[in-house]
Ligand binder design. Structure first.
Ligand SMILES: Cc1cc2nc3c(=O)[nH]c(=O)nc-3n(C[C@H](O)[C@H](O)[C@H](O)COP(=O)(O)O)c2cc1C
Length: 174
């Protein structure tokens, strides 16, 4: 298992997966990492819906996504064996922040296990548009929760360099 700093450094957005499924232990490790993430006031309000590849709801989401982005042909979750949807209470101002922390913890847990992952925002319009109630029901999203972010995970069939960055541009040391 990778050390934390190595996982942070090595992680990249994985946009291609093999068909190999995750083991129950791998899935539980990743879910646990999400649940162990801090939340504002320790509210623990982030809910995670786990969806296996092949579930027809994924095609329905893809179809809805394409309505707003005709021409975007690729599977939004790159046919990963698992997609997770993180939702949180619409009325709680920290839901988006808490979901972001949870999803990064899950991404780092996946990298620690040498799995690939992708944080996904692009289904926001599909999840919050005119079919919002339909998708919320199908995905068993708790009452009052709204989509925050999605997360694909699986065995890597793709590689790329982690992104570059600039300390000068993004950091001010007073
Ligand atoms: C909130 C958020 C939403 C994102 N949504 C998508 C997405 O919908 N599709 C996608 O391919 N990548 C998505 N990404 C991945 C970013 O494009 C990626 O993190 C960025 O290009 C840096 O590359 P790296 O993750 O490989 O370092 C998202 C990342 C974040 C943090």
């Amino acid at each position: 298992m990778k050390e934390t700093l190595a996982a942070i450094k090595d992680r990249f957005s994985t946009r291609g997966y093999t068909d190999e499924k995750l083991t129950k232990e791998e899935l539980d490790t990743i879910l646990t990492a999400g649940l162990q993430a801090p939340t504002a006031a320790n509210r623990q309000e982030i809910h995670i819906t786990v969806i296996e590849k092949g579930n027809p709801i994924l095609d329905e989401l893809q179809t809805e996504l394409l309505k707003g982005r005709p021409g975007a042909g690729r599977s939004f979750y790159y046919d990963a064996p698992l997609l997770m949807i993180l939702s949180g209470p619409e009325s709680f101002r920290w839901s988006a922040c808490d979901a972001g922390i949870a999803v990064q913890s899950m991404a780092l847990a996946a990298e620690s296990l040498s799995l690939g992952s992708l944080i996904i925002g692009c289904i926001y319009d599909a999840m919050t548009g005119e079919k919002k109630a339909y998708f919320n029901e199908k995905l068993q999203i708790p009452e009052g929760n709204a989509y925050q972010v999605a997360f694909a995970v699986g065995h890597k069939n793709f590689t790329k360099e982690p992104h570059t960055y600039s300390m000068e541009k993004n950091v001010t040391k007073l």
